[in-house]
Design a protein around this ligand. Structure first.
Ligand code: TYM
Length: 334
């Protein structure tokens, strides 16, 4: 990304709150690699967001580096795109404070992720969990992002980001770009392997997900055990056949074979065949990524230097927006 931005801006983030899953890859990372060349991109490791649920400090540190290496291992270029840690750019938290003053309690209370996480972490319903979407809005608006590729679970957070931007702009015209979400239907929601009516989630039990770093044998075993149904028919019908449809979706996206061609070809075959083909395409996708990942993790100095340099690039852009915001709001700037 050059300092004088010419392409439209793309921003997205992933929390280092666990091992990155196949759901994260298909729903977001893979789309980042497809979009990278047409945008000036920022890909953040949103470590401040991860603090909204309790983290083990050593594990958080190691997950952060793992995610940074995976971004690069997937094919993103840290000399072009800005790959960095959210906490290295203090302007995120500063803008979040400002935007808190432009966000209503009622709209935050309606966020389904807040309701879900409050249920899941009933002993720790902290204010950060409540204002989580405001920090996310700050992430995006700080860089004047045009496009935000995410999975379907983040749609509501993108809507509130747009509302906050429009509300702010109505009072202080021309400050923020109002971002567009990018949520392709085919990749929007990869489901759990053990409970296919739920999305695959980093914080769920091991058997329910494929981790980006799972060894081929582990991938094969998990997919062999994936929950399907008892009617034996290979058909794409997410409502009535969530398990089979999820395998078909993974297979179709990763192989590039259209859903129609795939279901026609596999019709009349058993679920064993579907599981085996899905496992093989997942293994073939992950193997080169894992090889690059291992090489990157072996070079900690390169990783540290890359993250440091990229945080500086992000800060330069972030400061431009923040200064404008402070000025518009009347905060005295000597
Ligand atoms: P996170 O860390 O939960 O997930 C990262 C990205 O992966 C997508 N995703 C999925 N897509 C399809 N199927 C699934 N099973 C699946 N699970 C996760 C998510 O939709 C997301 O795109 N709040 C965000 C992180 C964030 C962010 C941002 C994103 C913070 N600031 C600014 C975009 C822009 C989150 O928790 O993602």
């Amino acid at each position: 990304m050059s300092d004088t931005t010419r392409k439209p801006v793309l921003f997205s983030g992933i929390q280092p709150s666990g091992h990155i899953t196949l759901g994260n890859f298909i729903g977001s990372m893979r789309n980042f690699t497809l979009l990278e060349k047409d945008y000036d991109c920022l890909f953040s490791i949103v470590d401040l967001h991860a603090l909204t649920v309790r983290q083990n400090p050593a594990v958080l540190r190691s997950n952060t580096l793992e995610l940074a290496a995976l971004y690069i291992a997937c094919g993103l270029n840290p000399e072009e795109s800005i790959i960095y840690c959210q906490s290295h750019v203090p302007q995120h938290a500063e803008l979040a404070w400002i935007l808190n003053c432009f966000t209503y309690m009622g709209e935050l209370g309606r966020m389904t992720q807040f309701k879900d996480k409050s249920r899941k972490h009933s002993d720790n319903i902290n204010a950060g969990l409540f204002t989580y979407p405001v920090l996310m809005a700050a992430d995006i608006l700080l860089y004047q992002a045009n496009l935000v590729p995410v999975g379907a679970d983040q749609k509501q957070h993108l809507e509130i980001t747009r509302d906050i931007a429009q509300r702010f702009n109505a009072l202080h015209p021309g400050v923020f770009v109002v971002p567009e979400p990018h949520i392709p239907k085919e990749t929007a929601k990869i489901m759990s392997l053990t409970e296919p009516e739920k999305k695959m989630s980093k914080s769920d039990p091991e058997d329910s997900l494929v981790s980006m770093l799972d060894k081929p044998e582990v991938v094969r075993r998990k997919l062999r055990r994936a929950v399907t149904d008892s009617d034996g028919e290979i058909r794409f019908d997410p409502e009535n056949k969530p398990g089979v449809s999820n395998l078909l979706a993974i297979l179709s996206v990763l192989s590039g074979e259209s859903m129609d061609a795939l279901t026609t070809r596999l019709s009349g075959q058993g679920y064993g065949k579907l599981k085996e083909e899905t496992a093989e395409v997942v293994v073939a996708t992950l193997e080169p990524i894992q090889a690059r990942y291992q090489a990157l993790m072996a070079d900690k100095a390169y990783m540290a230097d890359t993250l440091k340099r990229n945080a500086e690039r992000a800060q330069y852009l972030a400061l431009r927006t923040l200064r404008k915001v402070y000025k518009k709001l009347g905060l005295y700037q000597p």
